[in-house]
Design a protein around this ligand. Structure first.
Ligand code: HEM
Length: 134
């Protein structure tokens, strides 16, 4: 059996929170047509409940992300540093667009911010894998 290190715990918590933030958004998007068939209000009610799980996960992602930077003595220079800064920008876009999506009232606003939130969350996930491999 391999040894469990602090890095195992750190990455486990970071990835667990990513599964909730990213996977939850994708799953919720897929459930919307089914929820709408139950009641026109159901998507909003379920999305509100999801927010109570998703935002704590986002806070955990930022906290463990800072822990990652400290633990791996991350450099803000070179290809790794550029990737890290792009990732932090994409994470900020992910949080902002998810917030704007949750406050949007028009159909166009909901669709546009929802799409940006989903894509930026996926991009953050991808860049995280890139960082861990680099
Ligand atoms: C939407 C938010 C985020 C998602 C979805 C996400 C996702 C991930 C994933 C999947 C990994 C790869 C873990 C592995 O395979 O071992 C990772 C690694 C990493 N993340 Fe994040 N992350 C997010 C936010 C952040 C933030 C806010 C920071 C910095 C403040 C950050 C810094 C890092 C670093 C430095 C690594 C590399 C860790 C290592 O090499 O041990 N992440 N992230």
């Amino acid at each position: 059996m391999l040894t469990v290190h602090w890095s195992t715990v750190r990455l486990f918590i970071h990835v667990l929170a990513a599964t909730v933030w990213v996977g939850g958004q994708l799953t919720l998007a897929g459930l919307v047509p089914g929820l709408r068939a139950i009641s026109p209000d159901a998507p909003r009610t379920v999305a509100r409940r999801f927010n109570r799980i998703a935002w704590p996960a986002f806070v955990v992602l930022v906290a463990t992300g800072i822990w990652n930077i400290a633990a791996v003595h991350a450099s803000f220079h070179g290809a790794y540093g550029v990737t890290l800064m792009v990732k932090i920008g994409v994470v900020a876009a992910s949080g902002l667009s998810a917030f704007l999506h949750s406050t949007a009232r028009s159909k166009a606003g909901l669709a546009a911010w929802g799409a940006i939130a989903g894509l930026s969350a996926l991009a953050a996930l991808f860049l995280g894998i890139l960082l861990a491999r680099g």
